[in-house]
Design a protein around this ligand. Structure first.
Ligand code: ZN
Length: 316
């Protein structure tokens, strides 16, 4: 198999955390449209594919149009985020709505639109049970139909999911999801493991990803390899992070595995100059690997299709 680079982007504005828009982080949220344009231009310049996992709720014109939709589809509002956005919110709409995003993504080449659920639903969080997850999927399906879309890739908010959620996705014709890295420090929030993850983002502590196989899950797992953080004020941190990512991509190119990088646009929307420098450095390194080793840039959907066809040719 050829080595492949997958880039997935979690687009959610303030839906990911209600505290963001009342803190200093609000300015990052307001700059997301500008960063989105810059990213799309960068990807297009280098013929790089990207998968944009979007919270459907953020694509409405405003709270009124979202509320009309909710009433029309007979949805009973239980999500505190949705409740806040459509009924209680005294907030800057630019922190929650980005109308035009779907159109912007649809007209770009090499872009896949994926789901990040309708309301940034965090599976397994208090009150967020399987029945509510099914209702999220129903809402998303109606929204997709009204936007002439069919998402087949799921990126679970906060990377929280269980096998029952994966089985449910299959019922709604999803074909692939983004799983978590295989490192031992992937799920826990304990301080020691957070320190490990930070150190691992700078130097190779957890090794490189092993060759993927669809295995026996009902849909394909295009597991994340690494989170791409914002450009730091400290040049040394930036150069260590870039070296770690480029080493991993090189390993994927040479060993025929998938390297899956992910981030949020708001992570890159700080006010400092050169905020896209890390992304640009990764893309330039990828272009060299593409030339030297034939590494490919693919979306999550393409990566899963290729994995399934590779497996048909040589049984996994
Ligand atoms: Zn998210």
């Amino acid at each position: 198999m050829t080595g492949r680079l997958v880039i997935s982007i979690d687009a959610e504005l303030g839906w990911g955390n209600l505290k963001w828009h009342i803190s200093g982080y609000r300015n990052n949220l307001r700059r997301v449209p500008e960063v989105t344009d810059q990213l799309l231009e960068l990807f297009q310049q280098h013929a790089v594919c990207s998968t944009w996992a979007i919270v459907s709720g953020m694509t409405f014109e405003d709270a009124t149009s979202l509320r009309d939709f909710i009433v029309e589809v007979n949805h009973v509002v239980t999500s505190p985020t949705l409740q806040y956005v459509i009924y209680d919110g005294k907030y800057d709409p630019k922190c929650f709505f980005m109308p035009g995003l779907v159109h912007k993504l649809k007209i770009q080449p090499n872009v896949e639109i994926a789901s990040h659920t309708f309301t940034h639903f965090e599976c397994g969080k208090s009150g967020q049970d399987l029945e509510r997850f099914k209702e999220e999927l129903r809402l998303s399906e109606v929204w997709e139909r009204s936007n002439d879309l069919k998402c087949t890739s799921m990126v679970f908010p906060s990377n929280r999911w269980h096998a029952r959620h994966i089985r449910e996705l299959k019922n709604w014709n999803f074909q692939q999801f983004r799983g978590n890295p295989a490192s031992w420090a992937k799920d826990a929030n304990r301080m020691s493991q957070r320190i490990f993850r930070f150190a691992d983002s700078l130097i190779n502590l957890s090794g490189h990803p092993i060759k993927e196989s669809p295995g026996h899950v009902p849909i394909s797992n295009i597991a994340a390899t690494r989170f791409l953080p914002a450009t730091s004020r400290f040049a040394l941190l930036n150069s260590l992070r870039i070296r770690r990512i480029v080493d991993g991509m090189r390993n994927a190119a040479e060993s025929g595995t998938i390297y899956h990088l992910w981030f949020h646009p708001h992570n890159l929307a700080g006010s400092q100059s050169g905020r896209l420098d890390l992304v640009r450095a990764v893309i330039e390194a990828f272009c060299e690997l593409r030339q030297r080793h034939g590494m490919e840039s693919v979306t999550m959907r393409d990566a899963a299709e290729r994995l399934r066809s590779d497996c048909t040719v040589s049984p996994c």
